[in-house]
Design a protein around this ligand. Structure first.
Ligand SMILES: [Zn+2]
Length: 65
């Protein structure tokens, strides 16, 4: 049963948004996902990953003062 992508059930939609609110970080690369639309949410496993490819990791040097 595919739950990722577009789903028409409003309860699943709400559950997906709640899952994204609880787990805003990508399960694959660990980076926060900026938008709900960018997230691929597997409701039953409560896994959230970037839709498609993960972005490249940010440079650590830019974060340091
Ligand atoms: Zn990712």
């Amino acid at each position: 049963m595919v739950l990722s992508g577009r789903h028409d059930d409003p309860k699943l939609e709400q559950l997906a948004r709640e899952t994204f609110a609880m787990f805003p970080n990508c399960h694959r690369c660990g980076q926060p996902i900026a938008r709900f639309e960018d997230a691929d949410i597997r409701v039953h496993t409560q896994r959230v990953v970037h839709r498609g490819e993960c972005p490249p990791p940010p440079s650590v040097e830019q974060v340091l003062p």
